[in-house]
Design a protein around this ligand. Structure first.
Ligand code: NAD
Ligand code: GLY
Length: 373
């Protein structure tokens, strides 16, 4: 189904850029018209996405750049590492790419985060374009300029804020996405409701089946509204000095699940979905949120095809002794929002309102125990 594309703008002064959302965008040379002149482009992608979409992008870019190179990375969260990042630098240096070279991140959030970090650091900064091909990356990771890699001790611990020149969300690419990845993307869409927009939350509830079926009109609305909310937050707080932290609702628990289970075992969106259930329950225990909304959120997350009960983390995930909840706590102390060892959670101060605050360890442990399998 072809629908007219829509363009949003993320307002960051000289670093502002458009987010184009639509169908048939990837292979259309006009999509890339606004980019600066450069002799070379490097498409960064992975072993799954390359056979599906790299040639289409390569052909679309050929009229603009004298040389269009491609580097294909291994696929998976477990490869979001220094070693994989270095493959991008190897490709840039081996092909003698200069500092005007434009990098294209073609893939999901893993490719996008690594390509952005490579762009931030190659020759101290080269331009890059996000071409997200997962639902999660279209509604979240490609927008806002957070880039980076994982460390065995913590998720996304090494990176940079570095904005792209352009984000191209071609909804057609989502047709090849496995259902489990669609559900993972829905977690980040659902996130925007409780923290910022209850009307959107209602809409997601009504359209959850259409979204799971990847119906284009539903995707269009969900991607556009998600990007609008994200752009609104990022424009006010690009480097997460305050407000932007609300976009991490569910992520403190979620990152502990990802790191604790071993990167790649739980998908990022699955861990965030489950993390939102834990964060909502913690909000309730602190007297901030009524039980009915906790149940409503939990039901929607389950309807999106996501797990709502956390895993038992392997004992090796806990530094020191202790049970499952202590393993979560140990990992969560590495969270980037922690201050002087105190974990700070994004909680709901009523439906539609987020707040960031600490909570007593005993209460956090009780919530983890109550919300774990
Ligand atoms: P991903 O990049 O691992 O992609 C998921 C899987 O789908 C991969 O196997 C990928 O190869 C495959 N794939 C991608 N496009 C496809 C397509 N069109 N058809 C078929 N298969 C396709 O995971 P993700 O969910 O896109 O992103 C998760 C990552 O994003 C995490 O590392 C997370 O930390 C990061 N993230 C970053 C931000 C940010 O602000 N920078 C925000 C949210 C998440
Ligand atoms: N995904 C959280 C953020 O971009 O801030």
């Amino acid at each position: 189904m072809t629908i007219p594309s829509q363009t949003l703008h993320i307002d960051l002064g000289t670093r502002s850029y458009p987010i184009v959302i639509g169908t048939g965008l990837l292979g259309d040379p006009q999509t890339y018209n606004g980019l600066p002149a450069a002799s070379a482009a490097l498409i960064v992608t992975n072993t799954t996405v390359a056979p599906l979409y790299a040639q289409t992008l390569q052909t679309a870019l050929q009229g603009r750049f004298k040389a269009v190179h491609t580097v294909v990375l291994p696929d998976g969260e477990e490869y979001k590492t220094w070693q994989t990042l270095n493959l991008i630098f190897d490709a840039l240096l081996e092909r003698e790419c200069d500092r005007k070279t434009v990098l294209f991140a073609l893939g999901g959030g893993v490719v996008g985060d690594m390509t952005g970090f490579a762009a931030a650091s190659y020759m101290r900064g080269v331009p890059f374009v996000q071409v997200p091909t997962t639902l999660l990356s279209q509604v979240d990771s490609s927008v806002g300029g957070k880039t980076g890699i994982n460390h065995p001790l913590g998720k996304n611990m090494v990176g940079a804020f570095y904005q792209p020149l352009l984000v191209v969300c071609d909804l057609d690419t989502l047709r090849t996405l496995p259902p489990r990845e669609v559900s993972a993307g829905l977690a980040e869409i659902i996130k925007y409701g409780p923290i910022a927009d209850l009307a959107f939350f209602d809409w997601i509830q009504t359209h959850i089946d259409a979204l799971r079926a990847c119906e284009t009109p539903a995707l269009m609305h969900a991607v556009r509204r998600s990007c609008e909310i994200k752009a609104w937050v990022v424009a006010q707080d690009e480097r997460e000095q305050g407000l932007r932290a609300i976009l991490n609702f569910g992520h403190t628990f979620g990152h502990a699940i990802e790191a604790g289970m071993g990167y790649g075992q739980w998908l990022h969106g699955e861990a965030v979905g489950c993390g939102m259930v834990m964060a909502a329950n913690l909000s309730h225990q602190l007297g901030l949120l009524d039980a009915a909304f906790v149940q409503r959120l939990t039901d929607l997350i389950a309807k999106a095809g996501l797990p709502v009960r956390g895993p038992q983390l392997p004992s090796s995930a806990a530094s020191g002794s202790g049970g499952n909840a202590e393993a979560y706590l140990a990992l969560m102390r590495h969270d980037k929002k922690s201050q002087a060892g105190e974990i700070r959670f994004v909680l709901l101060d009523g439906p539609g309102r987020a707040t960031v605050r600490a909570a007593p360890d005993e209460l956090v442990c009780a919530v983890i125990d109550a919300c774990s399998a």
